[in-house]
Design a protein around this ligand. Structure first.
Ligand code: 8YV
Length: 321
């Protein structure tokens, strides 16, 4: 029987994904879901032909330099690959893949949840009821903003951005977007393209981030860009915490310049930002954009499709380096 490649899986995946891993590979699983230290990650990779990590494992240039020659592929269980130094992997001849498409619906749902949670003051209301502080009602009580007919701005009109646009249209919103390239009319679906983010921001009652975190997009939302949003706008971030200068966001939320923010991602993860948590007008989730049963299976299978291709000598479908 031919030797099956060894696949190191850094985090606990779904039972169905584990079953396929056990069937096709010598799988090293992490059933206890312990978070590896940098040294442990490097050490565990020494006996692996492939690694299947999440965004929670950092593959810096230093870590990549310490990977063994036998390791052929870093098959990420994520669409974002900002946790991997792609240039270092490429230079070392390690294939890097991601899991696009399969998480677009789940992430778009969370973007809409973040928008509604922020617009309708969901965290504030939930806490009030839960903590037994709901002792009053009036038509003037807990009044939020309605999204119907408002303008929904998207930064990064890729796969997740396009599905989110579709959902926002379902709420009767008009869609504006900024992207490196203008989309074809059939993908735009009537959305208004803006060459620059500065030109788009004054048109956004809700601004939703869907671009990758790169050196160019780090701190994209800062004091200057927040100042361009209309008064009372809402910021939604389901992409990466690094896109937002959280101190600037906190100032805009405290001053009332922004009505609210709906955030699934933070500069510090896990954990978030206590200064954001202290604000009533922030609706927060712990990075669960893709966390549905269906999508977790699909992400694991997609990562395995990429590993299968590498060991079959084929080009993997989702190669990013
Ligand atoms: C995941 C994500 O939760 O795909 C991404 O980039 O951030 C999320 O979908 C995570 O990476 C799972 O591994």
């Amino acid at each position: 029987m031919p030797h099956k490649p060894v696949v190191l899986v850094t985090r606990r995946l779904t039972d169905a994904v584990h079953a396929r891993l056990r069937r096709d590979y010598q799988a090293i699983l992490n059933l206890e879901d312990r978070v590896f230290s940098r040294d442990e990650l490097v050490e565990r990779c020494q006996s692996a032909d492939a690694v299947l990590p999440c965004h929670s494992e950092l593959f810096s240039a230093e870590v990549i330099a310490a990977l063994p020659a036998r390791l052929k592929v870093i098959a990420n269980h994520s669409v974002g690959v900002d946790h991997v130094d792609l240039a270092a992997a490429k230079a070392k001849g390690i294939v890097v893949t991601n899991t696009p498409d399969v998480l677009s619906d789940a992430t778009a749902e969370i973007a809409i949840l973040c928008m509604l949670g922020a617009a309708r003051r969901a965290s504030e209301g939930d806490r009030m009821v839960r903590e037994g502080r709901w002792d009053f009602w009036s038509p003037a009580f807990m009044v939020g903003v309605q999204t119907t007919g408002k303008r929904f701005g998207i930064v990064g009109m890729g796969r997740v951005g396009q599905v989110t646009a579709m959902r926002a249209r379902g709420f009767g919103m008009t869609v504006h977007y900024h992207n490196r390239h203008r989309l074809a009319a059939e993908l735009e679906q009537g959305a208004v393209f803006h060459e620059t983010i500065e030109e788009m921001l004054p048109q956004c009652d809700v601004l939703s981030l869907h671009c990758p975190a790169t050196p160019e997009t780090a701190g994209l939302i800062n004091t200057a860009t927040l100042a361009l949003l209309p008064d009372g706008a809402i910021l939604v971030n389901t992409a990466r915490g690094a896109l937002v200068d959280e101190a600037a966001l906190i100032d805009a939320l405290k001053s009332g310049r922004l009505f609210a923010a709906g955030l699934d991602v933070f500069a510090t993860e896990p954990g978030g930002n206590p200064a954001l948590s202290a604000l009533e007008n922030v609706f927060q989730l712990p990075h669960v954009g893709s966390a549905t049963r269906e999508t977790r299976d699909a992400m694991g299978f997609r990562a395995l499709d990429n590993i299968d291709a590498v060991f079959a000598g084929r080009e993997p479908g989702d190669r990013v380096a």
